[in-house]
Design a protein around this ligand. Structure first.
Ligand code: HEC
Ligand SMILES: [Ca+2]
Ligand SMILES: [Ca+2]
Ligand SMILES: [Ca+2]
Ligand SMILES: [Ca+2]
Length: 511
C-alpha cells in the first residue's frame, strides 16, 4: 500500500505545516478546509501544487461548488482564510522529476512513420483486430478527421502499410470487435465520445458496424443521448448466451455513469451500476476466480478510485472499491487488467497524468502503479515509476527474458525540454521492481500504444499514435467550454507525426 500511505503521509505533514504557519487560527482554518473542501472530495494537501496556483484553484472550486449547488457554498471570508493557508504552506515550486536518459545496454528504438504528419494529430485509440492471412490489422480512431480507419500491412514491410476509412464517426474513442449477429464475421461496436471537453451534455453515442465482408460495414446507431461515452465492451453479462454491452460514461460537470445494457427480445434494457462522473473505462475480468465475470473501472475527476463490480450471476453486480488515490489532483488516466506478477490471478496496471483541469504543469506525482491481487479480494498498491503526464501503459515482455515489462506514454510533459520522453519502457527485474529506459524524445503527446513484432525479428516493437492534447488545450475556450483553433501562424505550418512504429534494434554486442 505504498501509494496510499504516501498520499496520507503528505497530508499529515501538510496539516502540521499549516499548524506551525499560523498558530492562532490554524485549527479553525483546517476545520474550514475540512468543512468546505472536504465535502466533495478528500481535502488535498497544499504540497500538490505550487503556491501561486492555489488561489485560482480555490476560486475555481468556489465557482464549481456554486454552479453545482445552485447557491454560494464557500463564504468569501472562508475562501480568504483557506487561500492564505494553502498559499502559506505550499512549496514555491513542485519537485522536478529526474531525467530518464540512460539507454538500455542492449535495446534501442528507431521510429518509422506510417503516415504523413498532420496539423493537430488526434489518434484517440488503436485497437488490434485478429490478423488476416499475412496482414496485421488495427483500427485507428482518428478524431482529427472524424473517422474510424483500418490500418493494415505485412510484418517486415512497413513502407507498404495502408489505411482505409471504415466509418465516419466524430470521436470514436473506443471500439470492441465481436460477431454480434452470428454470421461468422466480426462486427464492431464503437463508442462516440460526442465532444472533447468534459461536460454533462447527452452527446455520446454507440454505433454498431455490421461486417458485410470485403472491408464493408453497415453503420447503425445503437444507443444515443448518453453522456460522453469513454469505453464500451460487448460480452455476455448475465450468462444467458447473448451479447450485452458494458458502457462507461465519463461525462463531466458531476454527471456520468457506468451502465450495462441487457440484450432482450425487446431491445436493450438499461441497468445503471454507478452514477459518478469521470469513468475512464470498463473492462471485464474475473477478479475473485469464481468463474463469474466481474467489471473494473477507473474513475477520475474528484473520485480518483479503482472500482470493481463483482458479478453475482444473472446480471447482478456488487460494487467494491479497490483503491483510492485519496486526492483530486491524482489525475487518473488509464488502467488495464493484466497478470503482472504471473501468479495466475489478474492484477491491475494504472496510470495517472491528467493535468488539464485547473493547472496544466507536469506533476512529479504523475506516473505508473499497479495493484497486486493477493487473493480473497485483498489488494496491495505498488509504485512502478514517476513519469510526467503518464497516459497509457502496456505490459509486455520487451527484452525476451519471460517477465512482463511495461511501455508507457505521456500526453502532458515539459515538451520544450528535449530530454523529456514521449515514450519510455520499464524493465522488470522479475520481481516487479522496474528500471525506466527512454524510447523517444522526438515526438509530443504519443497516447495510444500497441506492442507487437512489426519488423519480424522476434523482438517487440511499438505502434503508437499522437494525440496533441497540448495543442487542443490551447484551443479550448474556457467560458463556453468549446474548442476553436486560433493557433498562431508559426504553429499552423508545423505538422507533427501522426502514426508511427518504434522498431526495436539490438545494439551490437561489442559496442
Ligand atoms: C462542490 C464540490 C466541491 C467542493 C466544495 C470543492 N471541490 Fe475541489 N473538486 C471538485 C470536483 C468535481 C473536482 C474535479 C473536477 C475538476 O477538477 O474540475 C475537483 C477537483 C479539485 C482539484 C483538482 C483540480 C485539477 O486540476 O485536477 C483540487 C486541487 C481541488 N478540487 C481542491 C479543492 C479545494 C482546496 C477546495 C476547498 C476550497 C475544494 N476543492 C472544494 C469538487 C469540489
Ligand atoms: Ca446476455
Ligand atoms: Ca468473479
Ligand atoms: Ca497476479
Ligand atoms: Ca522482460
Amino acid at each position: 500500500m505504498k501509494l496510499l500511505r504516501l498520499v496520507f503521509a503528505v497530508w499529515l505533514v501538510s496539516v502540521s505545516l499549516l499548524a506551525s504557519a499560523q498558530p492562532k487560527s490554524s485549527k479553525e482554518i483546517v476545520a474550514l478546509v475540512q468543512q468546505y473542501c472536504g465535502s466533495c472530495h478528500t481535502a488535498p494537501s497544499p504540497q500538490l501544487l505550487p503556491k501561486a496556483s492555489w488561489p485560482p484553484v480555490i476560486d475555481a472550486m468556489a465557482e464549481l461548488a456554486e454552479r453545482r449547488l445552485g447557491q454560494p457554498f464557500i463564504p468569501p471570508e472562508a475562501q480568504h482564510h483557506i487561500k492564505a493557508l494553502y498559499y502559506g504552506s505550499a512549496p514555491e515550486k513542485l519537485a522536478v522529476l529526474p531525467y530518464i536518459d540512460e539507454s538500455h545496454p542492449r535495446i534501442r528504438f528507431a521510429p518509422t512513420q506510417l503516415s504523413a504528419p498532420t496539423l493537430v494529430p488526434q489518434i484517440m485509440a488503436i485497437t488490434p483486430l485478429p490478423p488476416r492471412e499475412d496482414q496485421l490489422r488495427f483500427l485507428v480512431s482518428d478524431a482529427e478527421t472524424g473517422e474510424l480507419r483500418l490500418l493494415s500491412g505485412k510484418v517486415g514491410d512497413l513502407d507498404a502499410w495502408q489505411e482505409q476509412t471504415v466509418a465516419k464517426i466524430a470521436l470514436p474513442v473506443a471500439v470492441d470487435s465481436l460477431d454480434m449477429n452470428g454470421d461468422g464475421l466480426d462486427d464492431l461496436v464503437v463508442a462516440d465520445l460526442g465532444e472533447l471537453p468534459p461536460n454533462g451534455n447527452p452527446s455520446g453515442r454507440v454505433y454498431l458496424l455490421l461486417n458485410k465482408g470485403k472491408g464493408q460495414y453497415e453503420q447503425r446507431l445503437l444507443v444515443e443521448k448518453l453522456g460522453r461515452v469513454s469505453d464500451i465492451n460487448a460480452l455476455d453479462l448475465d450468462q444467458d448466451g447473448d451479447i450485452d454491452l458494458a458502457i462507461a460514461v465519463f461525462g463531466g460537470q458531476g454527471k456520468g455513469e457506468i451502465l450495462w445494457l441487457e440484450n432482450t427480445a425487446k431491445g436493450y434494457q438499461t441497468h445503471q451500476l454507478l452514477g459518478l462522473s469521470g469513468a475512464l473505462n470498463i473492462d471485464d475480468t474475473d477478479l475473485n476466480g469464481d468463474g463469474i465475470v466481474d467489471l473494473v473501472t477507473l474513475v477520475a475527476q474528484e473520485h480518483e478510485t479503482l472500482i470493481a463490480f463483482m458479478g453475482k450471476g444473472k446480471g447482478v453486480f456488487e460494487r467494491q472499491d479497490l483503491v483510492s488515490a485519496g486526492h483530486p489532483m491524482f489525475g487518473a488516466t488509464s488502467m488495464s487488467v493484466v497478470d503482472l506478477d504471473r501468479d495466475g490471478d489478474p492484477d491491475i496496471l494504472f496510470t495517472n497524468g491528467d493535468a488539464f483541469d485547473t493547472q496544466t504543469d507536469p506533476k512529479p506525482y504523475h506516473g505508473l502503479q499497479w495493484l497486486e491481487n493477493k487473493g480473497k479480494m485483498q489488494f496491495a498498491a505498488y509504485d512502478i515509476g514517476r513519469y510526467y503526464g503518464a497516459v497509457n501503459a502496456q505490459a509486455t515482455d520487451m527484452d525476451g527474458d519471460g517477465d512482463l515489462d511495461i511501455v508507457a506514454s505521456s500526453w502532458v510533459n515539459d515538451w520544450d525540454d528535449p530530454k523529456r520522453n514521449a515514450l519510455i519502457w520499464y524493465e522488470n527485474n522479475g520481481r516487479q521492481s522496474f528500471t525506466p529506459y527512454p524510447i523517444s524524445q522526438a515526438y509530443r503527446g504519443l497516447v495510444p500504444l500497441v506492442v507487437a513484432d512489426f519488423s519480424g525479428d522476434g523482438a517487440a516493437d511499438i505502434l503508437t499514435g499522437s494525440f496533441r492534447m497540448d495543442l487542443l488545450h490551447q484551443g479550448l475556450k474556457r467560458d463556453d467550454n468549446t474548442l476553436s483553433f486560433n493557433l498562431d501562424r508559426s504553429e499552423q505550418g508545423e505538422k507533427s507525426g501522426r502514426l508511427m512504429i518504434f522498431v526495436s534494434q539490438e545494439r551490437a554486442e561489442q559496442e
